[in-house]
Design a protein around this ligand. Sequence first.
Ligand code: FMN
Length: 338
Amino acid sequence: MQETIAPAFDAKAFRAALGTFATGVTVITAVGRNGEPIGLTANSFNSVSLEPPLVLWSLAKKAFSLQDFVAAKHWAVHVLSAEQEGISNQFARGGQDKFAGVASVPSEHGVPLLQRCAARFECKTTFQYEGGDHIIFVGEVQQFEKNALAPLVFHAGKYALAACKDAALQLSQPADTEPPSFRADMLGYMFGRARRNFLDSMRGHLEKYGLNDYEWRLLTIMLTKKNLTSAMFGQFNQDAALDTILQTLTALQHKGWVTTVARSAGEEPVYCLTDKGVFDSVSLLAIAKSHEEQLLGKMDDMDGVLLKHLLHKFIQKTEGGSPNLWSDEFILKEGIDS
Ligand SMILES: Cc1cc2nc3c(=O)[nH]c(=O)nc-3n(C[C@H](O)[C@H](O)[C@H](O)COP(=O)(O)O)c2cc1C
């Protein structure tokens, strides 16, 4: 028997170094010795050969399902999609029914086949090798399918999303960059340009409805928040003077989109959408949504998802102690209920 030599390096550091290798995430399923479905999450999956079509993965010897996989003649590898993080977690937990709530159909060999994965490979076991504290399984692919879904990624011990890198764009600016390109890399500047590009191409639609950018901005607030005073609008639009807000609200009133509701004497009225205002704003919102899809279509498939994910994350991390104006809770406290 071969003697295992204890590595001279720290196991935690070794794991961390291995974790820099970004992988996809798979769930591997089979039928256990008692005929029950078995499965686990694995990122050790890899391709081996095209001719014949071979793939491999490795299973920890301490895994509960080891003897079942060693005995299994067939197994299926499911490459998970970006939306299947929950399934990955479920199949990585031992001691419970991993298939609970997960849709599957049996293959001709009875192997549970999960649905809506980025890809699936149905395999026949061809080799099993000892590999330290793991067993390496090599299988011949007998059938496969691929769906146009973004894959789930695993990197440095965390789930990640894959974005296509644009070869023309550098990730970081060289240290000796001159001021003009330094500015081009500033987040505030990029937000401004991105917003302008977005609105530039939306403006044609707004004009058809006789609206300008700023009127549209106030209407989108009114679609989610009822009964705001002009001062409350000011909280959403701190870059605009109260006069501008009042003028815009008056213009919207003249156009028949907005009406005021009087409150007690001496109190400023609150602003609401008219029926026309609601109808046309909702129509414009639908146009804005399809317009958004058109713009995101100019980038790669996964980029839109990633852009929104990072923006959500940025908003969440930077909001700090200030109240979330857009939450329902805020309007109950600060607004006036209808
Ligand atoms: C992203 C991810 C990748 C994993 N990759 C593997 C792997 O390649 N091999 C392995 O044996 N365990 C891997 N695991 C751990 C197993 O999924 C987990 O230990 C599982 O509960 C084992 O199932 P069992 O003990 O019920 O057989 C991974 C876990 C996660 C979250």
